[in-house]
Design a binder for this molecule. Sequence first.
Ligand code: ADE
Length: 229
Amino acid sequence: GTLFGIIGAMDEELTLLRGALQDAREERAGGFTLFSGTLAGHAALLAQCGIGKVNAGALAQVLALRGVSHVLFTGVAGGLQPGLKVGDLVVSTDAVQHDVDVTALGYPVGTIPGEGAAWPADAHLLELALTAAADLGGVRAVAGRVASGDQFIADPAKGRWLHETFGAACAEMEGAAVAQVCHKAGVPFVIIRSLSDSADEGAETDFRTFTALAAERAKRVVLGVLERF
Ligand code: ADE
């Protein structure tokens, strides 16, 4: 049967979903607190990973070993694609790790030797997320590449570089780590991010102001995916 693993990095991102979890039970595994129960009619394991790629990858591995059949990552991101605004949604086509640099050995920036340049998201989950987002009404959602790194991007030049180098639609700090682990474990995944800021000079203020709204939107899309699955 299906068992959805649902990950968020921050409190804002996970608390909202915990409120919708029925018959919730709590347990500890690998340093994380897992909440199991029923979410929108599906068996689910929810957990908060904390900030950054290592935390995200570690939790993804715990969930993979617990036998999740699908992974959804929910949260906020900084917009990189021109035209995207705070509150818009990005659903991952694939994910890259922009802070990987083995260029001195001849590898393209972002590429880990022995791995592909990007980890592809599951096409069915992507399609369900776009449909769920469209059904929210009045919220723009795009399919795009997610760029992850252990950096909060708050510099327009760096944002432009990320967009031009990787074709990334948004920047965040966890998705591609989950993508790498899920790919290795053979678990289909998708990353659902709502923009809290535009990864520029205003990013710090915007992030503080809009994270709650953006997290709420991403949560609604996650529930929408489960309802349609
Ligand atoms: N998450 C939300 N906004 C972000 C940004 N600007 N950079 C990295 N992660 C983020």
